[in-house]
Design a protein. Structure first.
Length: 380
């Protein structure tokens, strides 16, 4: 099997935008994406609150947009999705994406708005592991994604259902509609099916992963932030997830979604067959572990445990709204005000990446040039 390449860099807050451009060059972004095609930026809003490690960082978004533009990809658009536990509008506001969209003139579309895109039936050429059985009435995809480049912007973090989450999981929200929770019992192979579909519908695939602050523990929301100062990039979605998993301390090939994708030839999951360029990460193994929270405990029972046989009753009927309400009450009305908001505020006060986030809150990285500077420049 041919080696895949993953670029990894140690980055600093004062140079992170330039670091991202170098990262993209090292990873071969221009070779991965089709020139002249519209490029979708698919950020990751795991929680609308700006919990460190959970979501695409503003510098990750801004640095990627600028690197793409400088590489000749002028037609950029961001596509957002909604889930049962996150609000896309609140998330892009609280995570400080909106000033970046405005400053960089990046339009934002929403896959749940009929005026932005339509959901169409799609028949994959690749043999599906599970999606055709989960959705026997047909697999629906947003028509806007067809024929476009896509750049995924995940973070390095754990996940209660998949152990780790990254580039492959980032397609979950964009490509599946609001019934995506039907797939949770078969989440690993769902991610493999989605990667096979992405390779059919996109003109180019790339991922830039933020590990400046990583998420240890029961992710993708309620985690323990850990400063690691790394960013990764690759055109191989399997390889970048494998490298991130190995850095976190997991054996990538023990993770079902990585191994099955590797075995299907959709990417390289074996670290021995991945070329690392940039930083030396041979000694990085952080000892992360997933653990449990209230959401994972319910999920273990309902999606993977003794109640799995009844999931159509609970999740394919209006009864699902009780679980949605429970998740909202737990995350937004218990965890955030009582625990995680203080973790976020402490991160902002005491860490270099938290202090950088405060600069984005103040708009210091997204303001246009001062008027007098433009007038001086015009007079020269």
């Amino acid at each position: 099997m041919m080696k895949s390449k993953v670029a990894v860099l140690k980055v600093k807050p004062e140079s992170v935008l330039d670091d991202i451009e170098r990262l993209c060059e090292l990873a071969g972004m221009k070779q991965a994406l089709a020139p002249g095609a519209t490029t979708i930026l698919k950020d990751n809003i795991s929680w609308h609150y700006p919990f460190p490690g959970a979501n695409t960082t503003p510098w990750q978004l801004l640095g990627t947009a600028r690197a793409l533009r400088r590489a000749g990809y002028a037609d950029l658009v961001c596509v957002q999705n909604k889930t049962v536990v996150t609000n896309a509008f609140k998330g892009e506001d609280l995570n400080k994406y909106v000033p970046i969209f405005e400053r960089e003139q990046i339009p934002v579309l929403y896959n749940f708005r009929d005026g932005d895109m339509r959901w169409i039936d799609y028949r994959p050429k690749a043999k599906m592991h599970v999606l055709d059985r989960i959705f026997p009435e047909g697999i629906s995809l947003p028509d806007y994604f067809m024929g476009k480049n896509i750049v995924h912007l995940p973070t390095v973090k754990c996940h209660i259902y998949t152990t780790t989450t990254g580039a492959m999981k980032n397609a979950f929200g964009g490509l599946l509609n609001t019934k995506r929770h039907y797939t949770h019992s078969w989440i690993h192979r769902t991610l493999v099916d989605l990667l096979a579909i992405q390779k059919e519908i996109h003109s180019g695939l790339f991922a830039i992963m933020d590990g400046t602050t990583c998420g240890n523990g029961p992710g993708p929301r309620t985690m323990f932030p850990v400063i690691k100062d790394y960013m990764l990039a690759s055109d191989d979605q399997v390889a970048i997830d494998a490298v991130a998993a190995k850095m976190m301390g997991f054996d990538p090939m023990s993770l079902e979604y990585i191994k099955v994708a590797h075995d299907d030839g959709l990417g390289v999951g074996d670290p021995r067959d991945i070329e690392i360029v940039g930083a030396d990460i041979s000694n990085e193994s952080w000892g992360f572990s997933v653990g449990d929270n209230a959401a994972s405990t319910v999920g273990d029972i309902m999606w993977f445990g003794p109640m799995k046989r009844f999931q159509k009753l609970f999740f394919h009927t209006p009864l699902v709204h009780a679980f949605v309400l429970g998740s909202e009450l737990y995350h937004d009305y218990y965890r955030w005000p009582r625990i995680d908001r203080e973790v976020f505020e402490d991160w902002k006060r005491t860490t270099k990446w938290g202090r950088l986030f405060r600069e984005y809150e103040r708009g210091e990285h997204t303001q246009p040039p001062r008027v007098e500077n433009r007038e001086i420049a015009a007079s020269r």
